[in-house]
Design a protein around this ligand. Structure first.
Ligand code: F0G
Length: 458
C-alpha cells in the first residue's frame, strides 16, 4: 500500500480559536459595514484573509530571534540575510525593507516616472498602486487561458509573449522602465509561471533592452510547480530550480511574509551596483539605514532561516498539497473553484456561484460575507472592489474574474480545518438561490478602497 500523505512537521505550540454563533456573526459583520477587514480577529474562527505574515515560524526560526543583532549599522543579522539571499536566490546586492510594498516603493522611486508603462503578467494591487500613484500605467499581458476558471493549464501565470511584444513595440523605449513578472501570479489565482516562460520573457527583454523585475512573494511555491509540472525539472531540487528561475531576471522585490515564512519583512534583490546605490538613497529615506531597512535584527535572522526552510521540498509539498486538498473537497461538493488549485489559495468563482447577482452588486464580496456568516470563515474579495476605479475616468472597473480567495496560512491549520471550510462553503452553496441581493458602497477611499470600504446590503 502507498503510505498516505502526512505533514512534514509536528506541532509544538498551539493558539486556541473560538467558534461563535451565527447570530453574533450577523451582528458583527453588520457593524463592520460588510467589510471583512473591519472584523476583529477574535470574531473569526478560521482566518483565510491572507497567507501574508500569518504563517507559523519553526523552532529554528524562533531560536534565531534570540540571536538577533540589533546594531544600527553592520549587524551580523544583516550579513546572515545577505548570505542567505546570495546563496539561495543568487542576488549580489540587497536592501531590506519592512515589507513587500515598501520594496516596491523604494525600487519604483528610482525606476518609474510619470507617463511610464509597466507591462507584466498580472500586477498585484500594491504593485499597481505604486505604479499608478506615480501616474504611470500597469499593463497586464495575462494569457487568455487564465480567464477561464475551468480550464486546466499547468502555468496559468505565464505572460502572453505576443501581448508583451505588442506593448514593447507600441510605446517609445524610454517609457518602459522594466517588465514585471509576478511569481506565482496572485491576481490570476496563485498560478505559476513556467521556467520556459521566464526564459522567453528574459530573451524578449534582452531584445528590447529591458530589465526584468520579479515580484517574488511566492517564488518557492512557483518552483514547486515547476518541479511537478515541467518535465526537465522533475529531478532537480527546489533550490536548483529557484536559482535558475532568478538567473533570468535582473531585480527581485520580495514580500518575505509569504515564502520566507516570517510575520514581517521584505527586500529588494539586485545585480547592478549603480541601481543599488540609487535605491539606497530612497531606502534610507523611507525605510531605514541600508543594513536594517525597517527590520529588527532578530527578524532578519528569522527571515534568513525561513528562506532556507521555505525552499525545502518536504515543506512545500505539505503546503501546496494542503491547498490542493481544500480545492478537491470543494469540487466534490460541486462548488465552482478556479482550477487548477493555486499555490497559496483556493479561489471560488463567485460569478458561477451566484449567477443571479449583477456585477454592480459586488458578487465576490457578497459571497465572502455569506461564508463568514455561515461558518466564521474569513476570505477576501479579489474582484471589482479590489480592481477599484479607473484612475482617469473614475469609473468602476469590473474585472473578468470575480473571485473569493481563501488563502491558507503556512503551517497553521490542519486538514480538519480544510474539511470545515469546505463544508461551510457547501452550506452556502446549498442555499445559493436564496441570496437574491448583493451589496452597495457607502464610503470608499480614493485609492486601494477595499481595505477601508463601508458597505450595506441592498
Ligand atoms: N506582491 C504580491 C504578489 C503580493 O501578493 C503582495 C501581498 C505584495 C506584493 C505586497 O507585499 O503585503 O508585504 O507589502 N499580498 C498580500 C496578500 C497582502 O494578501 O496577497 P506586502
Amino acid at each position: 500500500m502507498n503510505l498516505p500523505f502526512a505533514e512534514s512537521y509536528k506541532i509544538k505550540m498551539v493558539e486556541p480559536i473560538r467558534k461563535s454563533q451565527r447570530k453574533e456573526r450577523e451582528q458583527w459583520i453588520k457593524e463592520a459595514k460588510y467589510n471583512l477587514f473591519n472584523l476583529k480577529s477574535e470574531y473569526v474562527f478560521i482566518d483565510l484573509l491572507t497567507d501574508s505574515g500569518t504563517g507559523a515560524m519553526s523552532d529554528k526560526q524562533w531560536s534565531e530571534l534570540m540571536l538577533g543583532d540589533e546594531s544600527y549599522a553592520g549587524a551580523s543579522s544583516y550579513y546572515k540575510m545577505k548570505n542567505a539571499i546570495k546563496k539561495i536566490l543568487g542576488f549580489e546586492y540587497f536592501l531590506p525593507t519592512h515589507q513587500g510594498r515598501a520594496a516596491e516603493n523604494v525600487l519604483f522611486s528610482v525606476l518609474v516616472k510619470e507617463g511610464d508603462i509597466v507591462p507584466g503578467n498580472s500586477h498585484f494591487d500594491t504593485t499597481k498602486g505604486h505604479i499608478e500613484f506615480r501616474k504611470a500605467k500597469a499593463v497586464d499581458c495575462t494569457i487568455d487561458e487564465a480567464f477561464d476558471t475551468t480550464l486546466i493549464h499547468p502555468f496559468k501565470g505565464n505572460i502572453d509573449l505576443n501581448k508583451l511584444e505588442d506593448v514593447l513595440k507600441k510605446y517609445p523605449a524610454e517609457k518602459i522602465p522594466f517588465i514585471i513578472v509576478t511569481i506565482t501570479c496572485n491576481s490570476s489565482g496563485g498560478q505559476p509561471v513556467s521556467m520556459q516562460n521566464l526564459k522567453e520573457v528574459s530573451a524578449l527583454a534582452k531584445k528590447y533592452n529591458k530589465l526584468v523585475v520579479v515580484d517574488s512573494a511566492r517564488f518557492a511555491e512557483n518552483a514547486y510547480f515547476i518541479k511537478k509540472r515541467e518535465k526537465a525539472y522533475k529531478n532537480k531540487t527546489i533550490k536548483e530550480i529557484v536559482l535558475e528561475m532568478f538567473s533570468y531576471t535582473d531585480i527581485m522585490t520580495m514580500s518575505s511574509k509569504k515564502d520566507a515564512i516570517v510575520n514581517m519583512g521584505g527586500f529588494i534583490g539586485m545585480r547592478d551596483h549603480d541601481l543599488f546605490n540609487k535605491a539606497s538613497v530612497f531606502n534610507i529615506m523611507f525605510e531605514g539605514f541600508i543594513t536594517y531597512g525597517g527590520m529588527s535584527g532578530r527578524d532578519m535572522n528569522a527571515l534568513a532561516q525561513g528562506l532556507d526552510e521555505g525552499t525545502e521540498f518536504d515543506y512545500l509539498e505539505t503546503r501546496v498539497e494542503q491547498v490542493a486538498y481544500l480545492g478537491k473537497k470543494c469540487l466534490e461538493y460541486g462548488i465552482p473553484v478556479l482550477e487548477p488549485a493555486g499555490g497559496h489559495a483556493i479561489f471560488v468563482d463567485a460569478k458561477r456561484f451566484l449567477p443571479q447577482l449583477p456585477k454592480e452588486q459586488f458578487v465576490a464580496q457578497t459571497l465572502g460575507v455569506e461564508l463568514y456568516i455561515e461558518g466564521g470563515v474569513r476570505g477576501v474579495e479579489i474582484g471589482a472592489l479590489l480592481a477599484d476605479r479607473d484612475p482617469i475616468t473614475r469609473e468602476n472597473r469590473f474585472p473578468e474574474l470575480e473571485l473569493l480567495r481563501l488563502a491558507i496560512p503556512r503551517r497553521v491549520y490542519t486538514n480538519n480545518h480544510m474539511d470545515y471550510i469546505a463544508a461551510s462553503l457547501a452550506n452556502v452553496y446549498e442555499r445559493r438561490n436564496d441570496i437574491k441581493k448583493g451589496l452597495k458602497i457607502l464610503v470608499e477611499a480614493p485609492i486601494m478602497r477595499h481595505f477601508t470600504i463601508e458597505m450595506d446590503r441592498i
